[in-house]
Design a protein around this ligand. Structure first.
Ligand code: NAD
Length: 432
Protein backbone atom coordinates (compact mmCIF):
# COMPACT_ATOMS: atom_id res chain seq x y z
CA UNK A 1 0.00 0.00 0.00
CA UNK A 2 1.39 3.48 -0.86
CA UNK A 3 2.02 6.09 1.84
CA UNK A 4 -0.92 8.15 0.57
CA UNK A 5 -3.23 5.10 0.67
CA UNK A 6 -2.01 4.31 4.19
CA UNK A 7 -2.71 7.88 5.31
CA UNK A 8 -6.21 7.74 3.80
CA UNK A 9 -6.84 4.38 5.47
CA UNK A 10 -5.71 5.77 8.82
CA UNK A 11 -8.02 8.76 8.43
CA UNK A 12 -10.98 6.49 7.67
CA UNK A 13 -10.22 4.30 10.71
CA UNK A 14 -9.88 7.38 12.91
CA UNK A 15 -13.15 8.81 11.59
CA UNK A 16 -14.98 5.59 12.36
CA UNK A 17 -13.42 5.41 15.83
CA UNK A 18 -14.35 8.99 16.70
CA UNK A 19 -17.78 8.77 15.05
CA UNK A 20 -16.87 11.26 12.25
CA UNK A 21 -16.40 14.11 14.65
CA UNK A 22 -15.50 17.30 12.84
CA UNK A 23 -13.55 19.61 15.18
CA UNK A 24 -14.75 22.74 13.37
CA UNK A 25 -18.38 21.71 13.89
CA UNK A 26 -17.54 21.29 17.58
CA UNK A 27 -15.90 24.71 17.69
CA UNK A 28 -18.98 26.26 16.07
CA UNK A 29 -21.32 24.47 18.49
CA UNK A 30 -19.30 25.98 21.34
CA UNK A 31 -19.60 29.43 19.72
CA UNK A 32 -23.38 29.02 19.40
CA UNK A 33 -23.67 28.17 23.09
CA UNK A 34 -21.57 31.21 24.08
CA UNK A 35 -23.57 33.45 21.74
CA UNK A 36 -26.81 32.33 23.39
CA UNK A 37 -25.40 32.93 26.88
CA UNK A 38 -24.21 36.48 26.23
CA UNK A 39 -27.00 37.30 23.73
CA UNK A 40 -24.43 38.04 21.05
CA UNK A 41 -25.42 40.30 18.15
CA UNK A 42 -26.19 37.80 15.30
CA UNK A 43 -24.11 39.82 12.83
CA UNK A 44 -21.04 39.46 15.06
CA UNK A 45 -21.75 35.73 15.38
CA UNK A 46 -21.85 35.52 11.60
CA UNK A 47 -18.42 37.22 11.40
CA UNK A 48 -17.05 34.82 14.01
CA UNK A 49 -18.39 31.76 12.18
CA UNK A 50 -15.71 31.96 9.47
CA UNK A 51 -11.97 32.64 9.58
CA UNK A 52 -10.81 36.03 8.32
CA UNK A 53 -8.31 34.42 5.97
CA UNK A 54 -7.41 30.87 4.87
CA UNK A 55 -4.15 30.15 3.10
CA UNK A 56 -3.77 26.78 1.35
CA UNK A 57 -0.30 26.14 0.04
CA UNK A 58 1.26 23.44 -2.07
CA UNK A 59 4.76 22.44 -0.98
CA UNK A 60 6.92 20.45 -3.40
CA UNK A 61 9.91 19.05 -1.51
CA UNK A 62 12.93 17.14 -2.73
CA UNK A 63 13.11 14.04 -0.53
CA UNK A 64 16.39 12.39 0.49
CA UNK A 65 15.94 9.69 -2.17
CA UNK A 66 15.92 12.37 -4.87
CA UNK A 67 12.17 12.07 -5.58
CA UNK A 68 9.90 15.11 -5.30
CA UNK A 69 6.82 14.91 -3.09
CA UNK A 70 4.11 17.52 -2.84
CA UNK A 71 2.73 18.35 0.62
CA UNK A 72 -0.38 20.34 1.49
CA UNK A 73 -0.10 23.12 4.05
CA UNK A 74 -2.53 25.54 5.67
CA UNK A 75 -2.45 28.73 7.68
CA UNK A 76 -5.83 29.82 9.00
CA UNK A 77 -6.08 33.35 10.42
CA UNK A 78 -9.29 33.31 12.37
CA UNK A 79 -9.63 36.76 13.92
CA UNK A 80 -7.30 39.65 14.75
CA UNK A 81 -9.63 42.21 16.33
CA UNK A 82 -7.69 42.05 19.63
CA UNK A 83 -4.18 41.98 18.14
CA UNK A 84 -1.90 40.14 15.70
CA UNK A 85 -2.90 36.58 14.78
CA UNK A 86 -1.17 34.01 16.96
CA UNK A 87 -1.03 30.23 16.87
CA UNK A 88 1.03 27.10 16.46
CA UNK A 89 1.89 24.97 13.45
CA UNK A 90 1.08 21.24 13.47
CA UNK A 91 2.78 18.52 11.42
CA UNK A 92 0.61 15.40 11.33
CA UNK A 93 -0.71 12.94 8.71
CA UNK A 94 -4.30 13.59 9.83
CA UNK A 95 -4.22 17.40 9.55
CA UNK A 96 -7.33 18.67 7.74
CA UNK A 97 -8.45 22.19 6.91
CA UNK A 98 -11.39 21.87 9.31
CA UNK A 99 -9.05 20.83 12.11
CA UNK A 100 -6.81 23.85 11.47
CA UNK A 101 -9.88 26.14 11.33
CA UNK A 102 -11.08 24.80 14.68
CA UNK A 103 -7.65 25.22 16.25
CA UNK A 104 -7.47 28.80 14.91
CA UNK A 105 -10.87 29.60 16.45
CA UNK A 106 -9.78 28.11 19.79
CA UNK A 107 -6.60 30.24 19.69
CA UNK A 108 -8.77 33.36 19.29
CA UNK A 109 -10.83 32.48 22.38
CA UNK A 110 -7.75 31.37 24.33
CA UNK A 111 -5.90 34.68 23.90
CA UNK A 112 -9.06 36.52 24.95
CA UNK A 113 -9.64 34.33 28.05
CA UNK A 114 -6.10 34.79 29.32
CA UNK A 115 -6.26 38.44 28.30
CA UNK A 116 -3.25 38.83 26.03
CA UNK A 117 -3.42 41.23 23.05
CA UNK A 118 -3.52 38.68 20.25
CA UNK A 119 -6.02 37.25 17.82
CA UNK A 120 -6.03 33.59 16.80
CA UNK A 121 -4.52 31.55 13.97
CA UNK A 122 -3.20 28.05 13.34
CA UNK A 123 -1.10 26.28 10.74
CA UNK A 124 -0.76 22.70 9.66
CA UNK A 125 1.02 20.54 7.14
CA UNK A 126 -0.27 17.10 6.14
CA UNK A 127 2.89 15.03 6.61
CA UNK A 128 4.31 12.24 8.70
CA UNK A 129 7.26 13.86 10.50
CA UNK A 130 8.12 10.59 12.28
CA UNK A 131 9.10 9.15 8.91
CA UNK A 132 10.99 12.19 7.61
CA UNK A 133 14.66 13.04 8.01
CA UNK A 134 15.80 16.33 9.58
CA UNK A 135 16.77 17.59 6.12
CA UNK A 136 13.32 16.81 4.69
CA UNK A 137 11.61 18.50 7.63
CA UNK A 138 13.87 21.54 7.27
CA UNK A 139 13.13 21.90 3.54
CA UNK A 140 9.40 21.48 4.19
CA UNK A 141 9.43 24.12 6.95
CA UNK A 142 11.42 26.63 4.90
CA UNK A 143 9.20 26.19 1.83
CA UNK A 144 6.07 26.59 3.97
CA UNK A 145 7.49 29.75 5.57
CA UNK A 146 8.32 31.20 2.16
CA UNK A 147 4.79 30.43 0.91
CA UNK A 148 3.03 32.13 3.84
CA UNK A 149 5.82 34.71 4.37
CA UNK A 150 3.83 37.72 3.12
CA UNK A 151 1.05 37.01 5.59
CA UNK A 152 3.03 36.47 8.78
CA UNK A 153 5.33 38.75 10.81
CA UNK A 154 5.68 40.29 14.27
CA UNK A 155 2.67 42.60 13.85
CA UNK A 156 0.65 40.33 11.53
CA UNK A 157 0.76 36.71 12.58
CA UNK A 158 3.25 35.09 14.95
CA UNK A 159 3.56 31.26 14.63
CA UNK A 160 4.66 28.88 17.40
CA UNK A 161 5.12 25.11 17.89
CA UNK A 162 2.27 22.60 18.11
CA UNK A 163 2.08 18.82 17.69
CA UNK A 164 5.32 17.43 16.19
CA UNK A 165 6.93 20.83 15.70
CA UNK A 166 9.50 22.18 18.14
CA UNK A 167 12.09 24.94 18.80
CA UNK A 168 14.19 23.64 15.88
CA UNK A 169 11.22 24.09 13.54
CA UNK A 170 10.80 27.64 14.88
CA UNK A 171 14.51 28.35 14.23
CA UNK A 172 14.07 27.40 10.55
CA UNK A 173 11.01 29.67 10.32
CA UNK A 174 12.93 32.53 11.95
CA UNK A 175 15.90 32.07 9.61
CA UNK A 176 13.80 31.79 6.45
CA UNK A 177 11.64 34.80 7.35
CA UNK A 178 14.71 36.86 8.31
CA UNK A 179 16.54 35.90 5.08
CA UNK A 180 13.52 37.06 3.12
CA UNK A 181 13.47 40.39 4.98
CA UNK A 182 17.23 40.90 4.91
CA UNK A 183 17.56 41.40 8.66
CA UNK A 184 17.08 39.32 11.83
CA UNK A 185 13.44 39.31 13.08
CA UNK A 186 13.38 37.17 16.26
CA UNK A 187 9.91 38.48 17.16
CA UNK A 188 8.34 36.86 14.04
CA UNK A 189 7.95 33.51 15.83
CA UNK A 190 7.82 32.19 19.43
CA UNK A 191 8.88 28.94 21.05
CA UNK A 192 12.42 29.50 19.76
CA UNK A 193 15.57 28.14 21.40
CA UNK A 194 16.95 30.46 24.10
CA UNK A 195 20.02 31.13 21.90
CA UNK A 196 17.75 32.79 19.30
CA UNK A 197 15.71 34.91 21.72
CA UNK A 198 13.44 32.23 23.16
CA UNK A 199 12.01 32.80 26.61
CA UNK A 200 13.03 31.07 29.78
CA UNK A 201 10.19 28.84 30.90
CA UNK A 202 8.53 28.55 27.45
CA UNK A 203 9.29 24.83 27.02
CA UNK A 204 7.04 23.79 29.91
CA UNK A 205 4.70 26.80 30.17
CA UNK A 206 1.63 25.04 28.72
CA UNK A 207 1.77 22.35 31.38
CA UNK A 208 2.80 24.72 34.17
CA UNK A 209 -0.27 26.82 33.35
CA UNK A 210 -2.47 23.72 33.02
CA UNK A 211 -1.53 22.36 36.41
CA UNK A 212 -1.99 25.83 37.98
CA UNK A 213 -5.60 25.67 36.75
CA UNK A 214 -5.99 22.11 38.09
CA UNK A 215 -4.68 23.39 41.44
CA UNK A 216 -7.17 26.30 41.40
CA UNK A 217 -9.99 23.86 40.56
CA UNK A 218 -8.99 21.69 43.50
CA UNK A 219 -9.07 24.78 45.75
CA UNK A 220 -12.62 25.58 44.60
CA UNK A 221 -13.65 21.98 45.26
CA UNK A 222 -11.80 22.06 48.60
CA UNK A 223 -10.11 18.89 47.46
CA UNK A 224 -6.49 18.39 48.60
CA UNK A 225 -4.20 17.47 45.72
CA UNK A 226 -1.49 16.12 48.00
CA UNK A 227 -2.02 12.37 48.01
CA UNK A 228 -4.51 12.48 45.13
CA UNK A 229 -4.04 10.32 42.01
CA UNK A 230 -3.63 11.41 38.40
CA UNK A 231 -3.38 10.18 34.81
CA UNK A 232 -2.04 11.88 31.69
CA UNK A 233 -2.96 10.98 28.10
CA UNK A 234 -0.16 11.85 25.62
CA UNK A 235 3.48 12.02 26.59
CA UNK A 236 4.89 14.79 24.44
CA UNK A 237 5.72 18.30 25.56
CA UNK A 238 2.36 19.01 27.20
CA UNK A 239 1.88 15.52 28.67
CA UNK A 240 5.34 14.96 30.10
CA UNK A 241 5.51 18.30 31.90
CA UNK A 242 1.94 17.92 33.15
CA UNK A 243 2.99 14.66 34.80
CA UNK A 244 6.04 16.39 36.32
CA UNK A 245 4.04 19.34 37.72
CA UNK A 246 1.27 17.08 39.04
CA UNK A 247 3.94 15.07 40.88
CA UNK A 248 5.42 18.28 42.28
CA UNK A 249 2.02 19.09 43.80
CA UNK A 250 2.01 15.69 45.52
CA UNK A 251 -0.31 13.97 43.04
CA UNK A 252 0.58 10.31 42.49
CA UNK A 253 0.63 9.85 38.69
CA UNK A 254 -0.51 6.25 38.19
CA UNK A 255 -1.01 6.17 34.42
CA UNK A 256 0.35 7.81 31.27
CA UNK A 257 0.11 7.03 27.56
CA UNK A 258 1.28 7.93 24.09
CA UNK A 259 0.23 7.01 20.57
CA UNK A 260 1.58 3.46 21.05
CA UNK A 261 -0.39 2.71 24.26
CA UNK A 262 -0.51 3.34 27.98
CA UNK A 263 1.07 2.19 31.23
CA UNK A 264 -0.33 1.85 34.75
CA UNK A 265 1.21 1.37 38.17
CA UNK A 266 -0.86 1.50 41.36
CA UNK A 267 2.14 2.74 43.32
CA UNK A 268 2.78 5.59 40.89
CA UNK A 269 5.35 6.26 38.19
CA UNK A 270 8.32 8.59 38.06
CA UNK A 271 7.68 10.96 35.09
CA UNK A 272 11.37 11.70 34.44
CA UNK A 273 12.30 8.01 34.39
CA UNK A 274 9.40 7.27 32.01
CA UNK A 275 10.71 10.01 29.71
CA UNK A 276 14.17 8.44 29.69
CA UNK A 277 12.54 5.10 28.76
CA UNK A 278 10.52 6.82 25.99
CA UNK A 279 13.64 8.53 24.64
CA UNK A 280 15.36 5.14 24.44
CA UNK A 281 12.50 3.03 23.08
CA UNK A 282 10.18 5.50 21.36
CA UNK A 283 7.25 4.87 23.73
CA UNK A 284 6.19 4.88 27.38
CA UNK A 285 5.01 1.29 26.84
CA UNK A 286 7.23 -1.32 28.49
CA UNK A 287 8.44 0.89 31.33
CA UNK A 288 9.56 -1.39 34.13
CA UNK A 289 7.17 -2.07 37.00
CA UNK A 290 4.07 -1.03 35.03
CA UNK A 291 1.31 -2.93 33.31
CA UNK A 292 0.29 -2.09 29.76
CA UNK A 293 -3.14 -0.53 29.26
CA UNK A 294 -4.95 0.91 26.25
CA UNK A 295 -5.57 4.62 25.77
CA UNK A 296 -9.26 3.98 26.37
CA UNK A 297 -8.47 2.32 29.71
CA UNK A 298 -6.18 5.20 30.67
CA UNK A 299 -8.95 7.76 30.27
CA UNK A 300 -11.28 5.64 32.41
CA UNK A 301 -8.81 5.01 35.26
CA UNK A 302 -10.06 5.56 38.80
CA UNK A 303 -8.05 8.75 39.38
CA UNK A 304 -8.78 12.18 40.86
CA UNK A 305 -7.16 14.30 38.14
CA UNK A 306 -7.11 13.52 34.43
CA UNK A 307 -5.02 15.51 31.94
CA UNK A 308 -5.78 14.79 28.27
CA UNK A 309 -2.61 16.01 26.51
CA UNK A 310 -2.78 14.29 23.10
CA UNK A 311 -5.20 15.20 20.30
CA UNK A 312 -8.83 16.13 19.70
CA UNK A 313 -11.89 13.98 20.46
CA UNK A 314 -10.31 11.76 23.12
CA UNK A 315 -13.38 12.05 25.37
CA UNK A 316 -16.59 11.32 23.50
CA UNK A 317 -20.14 10.33 24.42
CA UNK A 318 -18.89 6.72 24.26
CA UNK A 319 -16.35 6.91 27.09
CA UNK A 320 -17.50 10.03 29.00
CA UNK A 321 -19.95 8.03 31.20
CA UNK A 322 -17.03 5.84 32.37
CA UNK A 323 -14.70 8.68 33.34
CA UNK A 324 -14.07 8.71 37.08
CA UNK A 325 -11.81 11.75 37.49
CA UNK A 326 -13.08 14.61 39.68
CA UNK A 327 -11.01 17.20 37.81
CA UNK A 328 -10.14 17.22 34.11
CA UNK A 329 -7.61 19.83 32.98
CA UNK A 330 -7.47 19.92 29.18
CA UNK A 331 -3.83 20.39 28.19
CA UNK A 332 -4.77 19.28 24.65
CA UNK A 333 -6.90 21.34 22.31
CA UNK A 334 -10.43 20.04 21.80
CA UNK A 335 -10.06 16.70 23.61
CA UNK A 336 -13.75 16.63 24.67
CA UNK A 337 -16.72 16.64 22.30
CA UNK A 338 -19.80 18.79 23.13
CA UNK A 339 -21.88 15.63 23.79
CA UNK A 340 -19.24 14.36 26.22
CA UNK A 341 -19.18 17.78 27.89
CA UNK A 342 -22.85 17.41 28.82
CA UNK A 343 -22.29 13.95 30.29
CA UNK A 344 -19.31 15.12 32.35
CA UNK A 345 -21.25 18.14 33.59
CA UNK A 346 -24.17 15.92 34.68
CA UNK A 347 -21.67 13.69 36.47
CA UNK A 348 -20.29 16.75 38.34
CA UNK A 349 -16.80 16.47 36.86
CA UNK A 350 -14.99 19.80 37.23
CA UNK A 351 -13.61 20.37 33.73
CA UNK A 352 -11.07 23.13 33.11
CA UNK A 353 -11.56 23.79 29.38
CA UNK A 354 -8.69 23.84 26.88
CA UNK A 355 -8.92 27.55 26.09
CA UNK A 356 -8.17 28.23 29.75
CA UNK A 357 -6.20 25.15 30.82
CA UNK A 358 -3.60 25.23 28.03
CA UNK A 359 -3.33 29.00 27.66
CA UNK A 360 -0.03 29.03 29.58
CA UNK A 361 1.85 28.23 26.36
CA UNK A 362 0.55 31.20 24.42
CA UNK A 363 0.93 33.39 27.50
CA UNK A 364 4.66 32.73 27.69
CA UNK A 365 4.81 33.03 23.88
CA UNK A 366 3.40 36.52 24.39
CA UNK A 367 6.02 37.20 27.08
CA UNK A 368 8.70 35.96 24.65
CA UNK A 369 7.42 38.36 21.96
CA UNK A 370 7.39 41.28 24.43
CA UNK A 371 10.98 40.46 25.43
CA UNK A 372 12.03 40.27 21.75
CA UNK A 373 10.33 43.54 20.81
CA UNK A 374 12.14 45.25 23.71
CA UNK A 375 15.42 43.36 23.15
CA UNK A 376 15.26 42.05 26.72
CA UNK A 377 15.75 38.66 28.33
CA UNK A 378 13.97 37.96 31.62
CA UNK A 379 14.78 35.37 34.28
CA UNK A 380 12.75 32.16 34.56
CA UNK A 381 11.44 33.35 37.95
CA UNK A 382 10.16 36.59 36.38
CA UNK A 383 8.46 34.70 33.53
CA UNK A 384 6.88 32.10 35.84
CA UNK A 385 5.61 34.80 38.22
CA UNK A 386 3.85 36.60 35.35
CA UNK A 387 2.46 33.27 34.10
CA UNK A 388 1.12 32.39 37.56
CA UNK A 389 -0.59 35.78 37.83
CA UNK A 390 -2.20 35.50 34.37
CA UNK A 391 -3.42 31.92 34.93
CA UNK A 392 -4.91 32.57 38.36
CA UNK A 393 -6.62 35.72 37.12
CA UNK A 394 -8.02 33.94 34.02
CA UNK A 395 -9.26 31.05 36.18
CA UNK A 396 -11.02 33.49 38.53
CA UNK A 397 -12.66 35.45 35.66
CA UNK A 398 -13.87 32.20 34.07
CA UNK A 399 -15.16 30.82 37.36
CA UNK A 400 -17.04 34.08 38.03
CA UNK A 401 -18.51 34.05 34.52
CA UNK A 402 -19.61 30.41 34.91
CA UNK A 403 -21.21 31.33 38.25
CA UNK A 404 -22.92 34.45 36.90
CA UNK A 405 -24.65 32.52 34.10
CA UNK A 406 -24.87 29.24 36.01
CA UNK A 407 -23.05 27.35 33.25
CA UNK A 408 -20.05 25.02 32.96
CA UNK A 409 -16.46 26.29 33.04
CA UNK A 410 -16.26 25.65 29.26
CA UNK A 411 -19.33 27.78 28.57
CA UNK A 412 -18.12 30.41 31.08
CA UNK A 413 -14.71 30.63 29.36
CA UNK A 414 -16.33 30.78 25.92
CA UNK A 415 -18.79 33.47 27.04
CA UNK A 416 -15.92 35.51 28.49
CA UNK A 417 -13.77 35.13 25.37
CA UNK A 418 -16.45 35.65 22.75
CA UNK A 419 -17.68 38.71 24.66
CA UNK A 420 -14.20 40.26 24.57
CA UNK A 421 -13.64 39.54 20.87
CA UNK A 422 -17.14 40.83 20.02
CA UNK A 423 -16.50 44.05 21.95
CA UNK A 424 -13.24 44.59 20.03
CA UNK A 425 -15.01 44.01 16.69
CA UNK A 426 -17.77 46.44 17.65
CA UNK A 427 -15.32 49.14 18.83
CA UNK A 428 -13.25 48.83 15.63
CA UNK A 429 -16.30 49.37 13.44
CA UNK A 430 -16.55 48.33 9.80
CA UNK A 431 -14.33 49.42 6.95
CA UNK A 432 -15.30 50.19 4.25
P1 NAD B 1 3.78 16.60 21.12
O1 NAD B 1 3.97 16.34 19.68
O2 NAD B 1 4.95 17.03 21.91
O3 NAD B 1 3.14 15.31 21.83
C1 NAD B 1 1.98 14.69 21.40
C2 NAD B 1 1.86 13.40 22.19
O4 NAD B 1 0.58 12.82 21.99
C3 NAD B 1 2.89 12.33 21.81
O5 NAD B 1 3.40 11.72 22.97
C4 NAD B 1 2.05 11.31 21.04
O6 NAD B 1 2.59 10.01 21.13
C5 NAD B 1 0.76 11.42 21.79
N1 NAD B 1 -0.40 10.91 21.06
C6 NAD B 1 -0.73 11.08 19.75
N2 NAD B 1 -1.86 10.40 19.49
C7 NAD B 1 -2.24 9.82 20.64
C8 NAD B 1 -3.33 8.99 21.03
N3 NAD B 1 -4.28 8.64 20.14
N4 NAD B 1 -3.40 8.58 22.32
C9 NAD B 1 -2.47 8.93 23.22
N5 NAD B 1 -1.42 9.70 22.92
C10 NAD B 1 -1.31 10.13 21.66
O7 NAD B 1 2.60 17.67 21.19
P2 NAD B 1 2.28 18.67 22.39
O8 NAD B 1 2.90 19.97 22.06
O9 NAD B 1 2.51 18.01 23.69
O10 NAD B 1 0.71 18.86 22.16
C11 NAD B 1 -0.26 17.97 22.72
C12 NAD B 1 -1.60 18.69 22.78
O11 NAD B 1 -1.44 19.87 23.54
C13 NAD B 1 -2.15 19.14 21.42
O12 NAD B 1 -3.55 19.08 21.44
C14 NAD B 1 -1.70 20.59 21.34
O13 NAD B 1 -2.51 21.34 20.46
C15 NAD B 1 -1.88 20.98 22.79
N6 NAD B 1 -1.13 22.17 23.16
C16 NAD B 1 0.23 22.18 23.18
C17 NAD B 1 0.90 23.34 23.52
C18 NAD B 1 2.38 23.39 23.63
O14 NAD B 1 2.92 24.46 24.00
N7 NAD B 1 3.09 22.32 23.37
C19 NAD B 1 0.17 24.51 23.81
C20 NAD B 1 -1.21 24.46 23.80
C21 NAD B 1 -1.87 23.28 23.47
Amino acid sequence: MSTIQQTLEKKIVQKVETGSINPYENAMKQLEIAARIIKLDPSIQEILSEPKRILTVSLPIKMDDGKVRNFQGYRVQFNDARGPFKGGIRYHPNVTLDEVKALAAWMTWKCAVVDIPYGGAKGGIVCDPKNMSMGEKERLTRRYTAMIGDFIGPYRDVPAPDVYTDPQTMSWILDTYSQMKGYQVPECVTGKPIALGGSEGRNNSTSRGCIITAREAAKVLKFPLKGATGAVQGYGNAGYWSAVFLSELGVKVVGVSDSKGGIYSKSGINPAKVQIHKDKTGSVVGFEGTEEISNEELLELDVDVLVPAALENAITKRNAPNIKAKIIAEAANGPTTPEADKILQNNKVFLVPDILANSGGVTVSYLEWVQNLNREHWTEEAVNAKLEEKMVSAFKSTFEMAGRYNVSMRDGAMALAVGKVAEAIQKLGMWP
